[in-house]
Design a protein. Structure first.
Length: 367
């Protein structure tokens, strides 16, 4: 029997969600193998996976003797995989029952190297009430490496002011199928997120540099479960990521350079937000970290060349504070942005609930 897709699931202390995740993968139509990499969990994650393995012969369970993180755990899954395509899913998320069947049908249209879908953000309590509204819509195809470099690569490194983030391909590796032979032959692997933040983005950049064909759909097959109560707010140092991005931009066209520089600059308010959330760091240390970060070479380069006046008001205010080392004001801007994002999130939550209830009432009336 030919394995069509190897689904790799890194899991750490996921006893509350791993069963739901596995159930959504087990109902897929293609011939799949499921590789769960337990990252030295200290709850019942490993035992739950063992129970599933005893009932399903297509589940392989790998146990890490020590905790190594999601990126390196995914690499262990890649080494063990035997499928024609590779897929990844996080242990607290789920997927549509149509995801891999529909994506594989796209892959087989022309032996595509990579297939991409989109994700839908779902609030935790709605996880059992989700479905795909549109399947295989807005198909886009790329057939040469030149076409991928000129049209697709710029979208992966960032976006320009005024452009909607909704139209940018997702960085998350969980929304893709990758041809296994390319990943293994080119030795493309994930960096450790403890060393290089945004490891999915750099994995995908390596992929784009080594493929000839790519096909995508805007169908939202992957369900990212947003559960704020389980979120760990921890500061991730963006310096290594930004250094690698600036290095990547060297010798590229102006479009890519501008996108990279904006992505680097956006790392500063993101860092400020993470510092505010991270209660383990004293206030004085937060200010020192942010001030030191601002004076690192990648940020100095981007501040010197990027047209700050093109940005939206919040970012302009933050960067003016950063430019003149008003660190307390930077953190205040981050506080304001946290409140702004909370309001937006509340609006989206209420909107999604209203749409879901409306759809259920319509379905009930049709019966």
């Amino acid at each position: 029997m030919t394995i069509e897709i190897s689904v790799i699931i890194p899991a750490y202390n996921a006893e509350k969600t791993i069963g739901r995740c596995l159930d959504s993968v087990l109902c897929q139509t293609p011939e799949i193998e499921i590789i769960v990499v337990d990252d030295c969990s200290n709850d019942r994650t490993f035992d739950i996976c063992k129970e599933y393995q005893s009932r399903h012969s297509n589940i392989t369970l790998i146990h890490n003797e020590k905790n190594i993180g999601q990126g390196l755990s995914r690499n262990k899954g890649i080494e063990a995989a035997s499928g024609e395509y590779l897929a990844f899913i996080d242990s607290d998320d789920t997927i549509s029952q149509y995801m891999y069947g529909d994506m594989l049908s796209l892959a087989y249209r022309g032996g595509y190297d990579v297939v991409r879908c989109r994700f839908k953000r779902i609030y935790g309590f709605m996880a059992s009430r989700i479905e795909v509204s549109k399947r295989l819509n807005n198909i886009e195809e790329f057939h040469t490496s030149k076409e991928i470099y000129e049209r697709l690569l710029p979208q992966f490194v960032g976006f320009l002011p005024g452009q909607s983030m909704e139209k940018r391909p997702p960085w998350s590796a969980c929304t893709y199928l990758y041809k296994s032979a390319i990943v293994k032959d080119k030795n493309i692997r994930f960096a450790s997120e403890r060393v290089l933040y945004s490891e999915d983005m750099f994995f995908n950049l390596d992929i784009l540099n080594n493929i000839e064909t790519y096909i995508s759909t805007d169908a939202e097959y992957y369900f990212y479960i947003d559960n704020p109560s389980s979120t760990v707010h921890k500061y991730n140092d963006p310096l290594a990521r930004c250094q690698k991005l600036v290095s990547f931009a060297e010798g590229k066209n102006q479009d890519i350079i501008k996108r990279v520089y904006l992505s680097v600059l956006n790392s500063l308010p993101e860092a400020a937000t993470q510092l505010i959330y991270d209660s383990s760091i004293p206030w004085g240390e937060k200010k020192r970290i942010l001030k030191q970060l601002r004076n690192e070479p990648p940020f100095v380069t981007c501040f010197a060349t990027y047209p700050i006046h093109e940005l939206q008001f919040y970012l302009r205010a933050f960067f003016v504070c950063a430019k003149y080392n008003f660190v307390t004001a930077e953190l205040l801007c981050a506080y304001i942005n946290i409140f702004r994002m909370w309001i937006i999130k509340q609006f989206r939550w209420r909107r999604d609930i209203a749409h879901l209830n409306k759809a259920q009432r319509r379905e009930k009336n049709e019966r």
